[in-house]
Design a protein around this ligand. Sequence first.
Ligand code: HEM
Length: 159
Amino acid sequence: MALGETEIPTLAAWAGGPERFRALFDAFYAAVPDHPVLAPVFAGMNPRHAEHVAAFVTEVFGGPKAYTEAGGSHAAMIGHHLGRHLTEEQRRAWVSLMLDTADAVGLPADPEFRAAFVGYLEWGTRLAVINSAPGVEAPTDDPPMPVWGWGPPGGPWLG
Ligand code: HEM
């Protein structure tokens, strides 16, 4: 059966589920202390940081809602970036290390998945920088969790 005749998988399912994102973020944050630009940014990191970010991204990509079921929210995530004064150099370094790590842990490399993945990384990291700027305050409302889909390609590579 062609994929078009069946259900389109979520990005989270296509990537390999929560375990694959946990492997991605574990590997990413294991590399951070050796990174000249990123090490100081994450020097005081919560020991469960990788687990929390993996749960957040898995949920955004349509996977299990472990982040919000544990009491997290988009507002809470935004709150973690407030006042950190992140720079474009740091954002670029984060994205670049994430792309290297995606290859290292074997995230799907098909054009459709990677286009959606990179689109989210660009969006999410730019928002993190904006929210970290001097003077930005915590949201007073309760913004919904972002939901990321396949975008214009509409589904995974079928060969
Ligand atoms: C798609 C992009 C991003 C997502 C989804 C994300 C998500 C998160 C989440 C969920 C937390 C809270 C973690 C916890 O509860 O332990 C967090 C904290 C944090 N994020 Fe981000 N983030 C992103 C981009 C960035 C970037 C680009 C930087 C810096 C270059 C950054 C720096 C930090 C820092 C320093 C913390 C606090 C770490 C700690 O003290 O534990 N984030 N982020």
